[in-house]
Ligand binder design. Structure first.
Ligand SMILES: Nc1ncnc2c1ncn2[C@@H]1O[C@H](COP(=O)(O)OP(=O)(O)OP(=O)(O)O)[C@@H](O)[C@H]1O
Ligand SMILES: [Mg+2]
Length: 238
């Protein structure tokens, strides 16, 4: 039996008068890869960010390995094994690849920094070639790899990814998903937000579909790929 790593129980989140999450409940089990798919504005990024308390849940519970973290600080959450590769990559533009990677160790300290940086260079050879290049001068795909590698530098137990394929060419999307597959096979727990439902659901053990701040559907990756509503709304009829 696998244990829940992350659990949302009836979570509400508001931006002022606007309710962005409505009684959201979901589970990500240890070792699983889970996808959250949904249209623009559905609330996917809000859900990921609420894990770090930014924005805060107004009601409900967010459990991480059984502990309610809904009122904890972002630093507490990050230093206890959750890392995020944020939407839009958000690498530090003026910093080099190496400096960006070192920023990823902030929640946990520098003890493993050199070893882990070598590991990232094995996983992403392109970053090794560009280790002294400033992030802002790198291609979109390279910046996405850097954002993922930076998140991995804190040795997370749970890796959150917000649209890792956004705006990238198909070949780069393939490379990124191949690396995510390797991470999943290494035993890491992945929770992935995507508009690229096809890639995301093929990678994932299970998925959830979010519509207007609510979870509309859930099922195995294969079930959702075969679901007519999902096919019509998120798979372009393929
Ligand atoms: N800081 C904010 N202040 C006010 N409203 C916000 C804020 N951030 C998000 N929202 C609103 O909350 C809703 C959900 O936004 P969110 O960014 O979570 O959607 P999303 O599913 O990630 O969309 P996308 O696929 O475009 O990234 C939207 O209606 C958005 O306008
Ligand atoms: Mg988003």
């Amino acid at each position: 039996m696998t244990a829940p790593m992350l659990e949302f129980r009836e979570v509400d989140v508001f931006y002022g008068p606007i309710q962005a999450l409505k009684k959201v409940s979901l589970v990500v089990n240890e070792g699983e890869t889970v996808a959250l798919i949904g249209a623009n504005g559905a609330g996917k990024s809000t859900l990921l960010m609420s894990i770090f308390g930014q924005p805060r849940a107004a009601a409900g519970h967010i459990l991480y390995r059984g502990e309610d973290i809904a009122r904890r600080s972002a630093h507490y959450v990050a230093s206890n094994g959750i890392a995020q590769s944020p939407e839009g990559r958000r690498v530090f533009p003026d910093m080099t690849v190496e400096e960006n990677l070192l920023m990823g160790t902030i929640p946990v300290g520098m003890a493993h920094a050199q070893e882990d940086m070598q590991h990232m260079f094995d996983l992403f050879p392109r970053l090794k070639e560009r280790r002294n290049q400033r992030a802002m001068t790198m291609s979109g795909g390279e910046q996405q790899m850097l954002a993922i590698a930076r998140a991995l530098m804190s040795r997370p137990k749970l890796l959150l990814l917000d649209e890792p394929s956004l705006g990238l060419a198909p070949i780069v999307v393939k490379q990124i998903f191949q690396i995510l597959r390797e991470l999943a096979q290494s035993g890491m727990t992945l929770f992935l937000v995507e508009q690229n439902a096809n890639h995301a659901l093929r990678l994932s053990d299970r998925g959830y579909v979010m519509v207007n701040g609510e979870i509309r559907l859930s099922g195995s990756g294969a079930e959702l790929l075969g679901n007519q509503e999902v096919r019509d709304a998120y798979l372009g009829g393929h």
